[in-house]
Design a protein around this ligand. Structure first.
Ligand code: ATP
Length: 301
C-alpha cells in the first residue's frame, strides 16, 4: 500500500497580527524565510547566502507551527507539511521513497515551504540499532541528501541565470530567474532539540536556529487581547490575567479563554444570546486550567 503524503496543505491563513508578542522572532523568520523565497536575486547580488533550512525550537504550545503558517500565508508560496507519522514506515525503503517524493513535489511546486513538525520523531539521535532507529537513520540520510541537493540546484540555476545577465545591475529577466530557481526552504519544529541528530544542524542544512520562547507577561497580555477580541465580554482586566498566568503557554491561554466562555455559558442566559464573559468567569477558569510549562521544563532550552 503506497502512502500518499506531502499533498499541498489547505493552509488555514494566519495573519502576523493574530500572533501575540514574539516580535523579534517574527522579524527573524520573515528575514530568513521571506527574503530567500521572494527576493533570491537580491540576496545573491549582495553575496548573502540564503538560508536553506530553519529549525524552530522551544517549549510546546508556544506558537512554532502558527508562526510557520503565518509565514506561508504572507509569502503566498506552496506549503507542504509533514510529520513523522506520515513518513515513518516499517517497510524497507518506503520512508525514503516517501521523503524523496515529497522533495520532488516541493521542487515541482517551488517556491515552497516544506515543513516538518515534531521533526525529532523523524530524525532522532542515532542510538540503539533497533528497527525504528535504523529507519530513522535512513530517513536522516535521505533528508540530508535532499537538502544538499536543494542548494546545488539553486546555485547552479542562479549562476547560469546571472551569467546570461551580462552583469547588468538589474537582472534582464528577473521573473524568469526567479521562476527557474527551485526555491525550497525546509523548516523543522521541535520541542526537543536535544533529541536531534547533530548532522541535520550542520551548515547548509537546518543551520538557522530560532528559539521560540514562552510568552512573558507582556506577550501573555497581547495573546489574551487577541484571543478575547471575538468573545462577548464586559471589559476584562487583562493586566490582572497576564500577571496570574505565569508559565502558561499560548495554547494554555487559548484553553483558558475557552474555559471562561464555557463557565459563562453554564451560568448565563445562553438561550437568549445574552451571555457576556466577565473577569469573574476568567478567575474561575484559572482554578481549572493550569499552566503546562514550569521552570523545570523551561530549563531544557
Ligand atoms: P507544539 O510544540 O505542541 O506543536 P507549537 O509551539 O507548534 O506547539 P502552536 O500549535 O503554534 O504551538 O500553538 C498552539 C495554539 O496556541 C494555537 O492555536 C495558537 O494559535 C495558540 N498560540 C500559541 N502561541 C500564541 C501566540 N503567541 N499568539 C497567538 N496564539 C498563540
Amino acid at each position: 500500500l503506497r502512502k500518499n503524503i506531502g499533498s499541498v496543505v489547505d493552509l488555514q491563513p494566519v495573519d502576523w497580527e493574530d500572533i501575540g508578542g514574539l516580535e523579534e522572532v517574527k522579524t527573524e523568520i520573515r528575514q530568513s524565510l521571506e527574503w530567500p523565497l521572494l527576493y533570491p536575486n537580491a540576496l545573491k547580488r549582495m553575496d548573502v547566502t540564503a538560508t536553506k533550512g530553519i529549525l524552530l525550537y522551544g517549549p510546546p504550545g508556544c506558537c512554532k507551527t502558527t508562526l510557520v503558517r503565518a509565514a506561508a500565508t504572507s509569502c503566498h508560496v506552496t506549503f507542504l507539511s509533514l510529520n513523522g507519522a506520515q513518513i515513518y514506515s516499517p517497510y524497507v525503503g518506503e520512508s525514503e521513497r516517501l521523503l524523496s517524493e515529497t522533495f520532488q513535489k516541493a521542487r515541482a511546486l517551488s517556491p515552497c515551504i516544506l515543513f516538518f513538525d515534531e521533526i525529532e520523531s523523524l530524525i532522532g539521535k542515532r542510538s540503539s540499532g533497533s528497527g525504528q532507529s535504523r529507519v530513522q537513520e535512513r530517513i536522516l540520510a535521505t533528508l540530508l541528501n535532499e537538502m544538499d541537493g536543494i542548494g546545488a540546484s539553486l546555485d547552479q540555476k542562479m549562476d547560469a541565470s546571472i551569467v546570461h545577465n551580462h552583469g547588468d545591475d538589474e537582472p534582464t529577466n528577473k521573473s524568469q530567474i526567479i521562476n527557474e530557481s527551485s526555491r525550497i526552504i525546509v523548516i523543522g519544529a521541535t520541542n526537543r532539540p536535544d533529541m536531534l541528530d547533530g548532522a541535520i544542524l550542520r551548515p547548509g542544512r537546518l543551520d538557522k536556529l530560532i528559539y521560540v520562547p514562552p510568552p512573558n507577561e507582556l506577550s501573555r497580555r497581547a495573546i489574551l487581547q487577541i484571543q478575547t477580541s471575538c468573545i462577548p465580554n464586559n471589559g476584562l482586566d487583562l493586566l490582572e490575567l497576564s500577571k496570574k498566568t505565569e508559565f502558561f503557554s499560548g495554547a494554555d491561554l487559548k484553553n483558558l479563554c475557552k474555559e471562561a466562555g464555557l463557565i459563562c455559558l453554564r451560568l448565563g442566559l445562553w438561550q437568549e444570546n445574552k451571555a457576556i464573559v466577565t473577569q469573574e468567569h476568567f478567575l474561575k477558569a484559572l482554578d481549572i486550567v493550569k499552566p503546562s510549562l514550569s521552570e523545570q521544563i523551561l530549563k531544557q532550552y
